[in-house]
Design a protein around this ligand. Sequence first.
Ligand code: URA
Length: 219
Amino acid sequence: MHGPFRGGWRSVLHDGMMESLELLETECRQCQRCPLAQGRTQVVFARGNPSAQLLLIGEAPGAEEDRLGLPFVGRSGQLLDHLLAEAGLDRDRDLYIVNGIKCRPPQNRRPTHVEMAACRPWLERQIALVDPAMILLVGATALQAVLGVKGGITRLRGQWRPGEGLLLAGRALMPLLHPSYLLRNASEAEGSPRWHTRADLAAVRRRLDAAEKAQACSA
Ligand code: URA
């Protein structure tokens, strides 16, 4: 069991009703809580394995994500997939992937505080339902949306932080550089952003291995 909600269930109590990811997705797809609803093609809810121990939280959908309805399927997503695969992480088996913001902001601008606040309940309910042992916060906006920490991603990346509060207690969180930043910084040299991200993802793989081993021993 990771969070305080459950062990092995795919449903949690929300507003007095048992909720599942499927029901949450149906509800989320109709969201009109902020003006981004007007400009979207569709809500981008999630992709990957809802039973994974790793939850990856990105920023917001771009044009390709808005078109296809899945997070991280554009150029950033391709680089992310490549780096995950290099670390031995299978994006469909080892991770559940979501964004802090579910609808595409116009011209891919940064989401506003109002949009982040409006969207946060969807993210919180996804976290509660997926109940991940580890959460990867990809980019400064995810860091801000989940931990309320503004700035400092280059300093904080790669460090595990213990989750606090009812939703995050019992989970380990790691900020990572955003793949769109890595696309703009293509150096592979030692000490470069890509080099650090490879090291960070290797640390994630090691922690996942340890968690899987512990789970196998207790089974
Ligand atoms: N960037 C993100 O943060 N999320 C996506 O889904 C795509 C690009």
